[in-house]
Design a protein around this ligand. Sequence first.
Ligand code: BG6
Length: 498
Amino acid sequence: MNKFVMIIFGASGDLTKRKLMPALYTLYKDGRLPDGFAILGIGRTEYEDDNYRTYILKELEQFIASKEQVEEKMTDFCRHLNYLTMNPADVEEYGRLNDRLQELTGEKEPDNLLFYLATPPSLYGVIPLHLQTAHLNTPHSRIIVEKPFGYDLESARDLNRIYSSVFEEHQIYRIDHFLGKETAQNILAFRFANGIFEPLWNRNYVDYVEITAVENLGIEQRGGFYEGAGALRDMVQNHLIQLVALTAMEPPAIFNADNFRNEVVKVYESLAPLTEEDLNEHIVRGQYTGFGTKKGYREENNVSPDSRTETYIAMKIGINNWRWSGVPFYIRTGKQMPTKVTEIVIHFRETPHQMFHCEGGHCPRANKLILRLQPNEGIVLKFGMKVPGPGFDVKQVMMDFSYSELGRLPTGDAYARLIEDCIQGDQTLFTRSDAVEASWKFFDPVLNYWKKHPEVPLYGYPIGTWGPLESEVMMHEHDAEWTNPCKNLTNTDEYCEL
Ligand code: BG6
């Protein structure tokens, strides 16, 4: 009999096959799943246990790196899979779910359950209520809910109300897979496990900060979802703002879930409210346009031919606190960019005076620290150095650390880490209800402004470019510019700029 059951709503969907099953397989292969576990997939697509296992096995072959594929383990793992065809929106069907869980656990009131909501967001509010009706919100059960948690501040509050009426906060795990990335967690270690950076990590030494999370793919098959979301809801309100928090937060005195999450909320609450000027001049939104055989956003499936959904957004954010007052944080995300890269660049203030000659007449006066989250995970510090030979010419060089040098790439999948943390009851890397609301509170005015002012420009940018030029212009008032990494990030030396 099974002692622990993970129930995946949305088990025939994209997220399950691409991310959840590979993550669960990784945990299984490494012996990190509890003994006596079972997985119960739920979806409207019809499967029996057997053909669901066959389907997942095939998908695992596609979505797991070949060196991780151990045939015997994969087959063994799939034996733990079960499937129940049901419509999660229909409360009448939860009786069958209850029966199935009793059958899998041999218990009348199974309590060691983990629900994972990998469904369209429209079901996030419905499923917990139905679980309650079916008495499945038992004291030891947990629930993981995917992002976006809410559509705006009001809907996020509504969802929080629903969840807190069904579960205790310690049972609710709002997932943001960026926090599961090894390199995102390393921002904390880099800042707080070293004595030399933290004294410089403030308005006295930092000129501005850039945070970039861009991709070279379009929206693929997610037109239906993306049309209603756009880049702001899909990436900025959650992933990017989490990276802002990791970069800007204060060190907690003791590192634990509560203290860490308190510090995150403090950052969100210090975000400088956006003025009308900010809304007009410090936010640039764009949409990719196609050419030749390449489809622009408006030609994608399930996208309106006159859609005004943004696939790119760049904005300037301020943090009103002692550490960061006056330091702009420029953040951006976009689909169909020249490459996929997520990185944080800290630009330190320039030297007060330049006394050397510089190669090519361009004097590098500011140090830059690049925290590369993916790919080519690593850290680079750029600094000026005398060019060997006569005179005092100075050029900028790089000191770099690459994870690959550890011989252990941070491939540990973010979902595997987060699912394991949830099973162990560790909420550190999950978003707390107050953080979700504080983040929406900051971004809500943007959504309202766009709604009220349809004339706010939406710039087209051709596929494979770095987005609208207006996003560069936005930074000129601070004498800042985006760091655009090389197009093909294929080896660790390529911390270059175009
Ligand atoms: C998801 C977004 O949360 O993150 C996607 O919905 C995006 O649109 C993805 O592609 C990016 O994640 P990663 O881990 O591939 O950088």
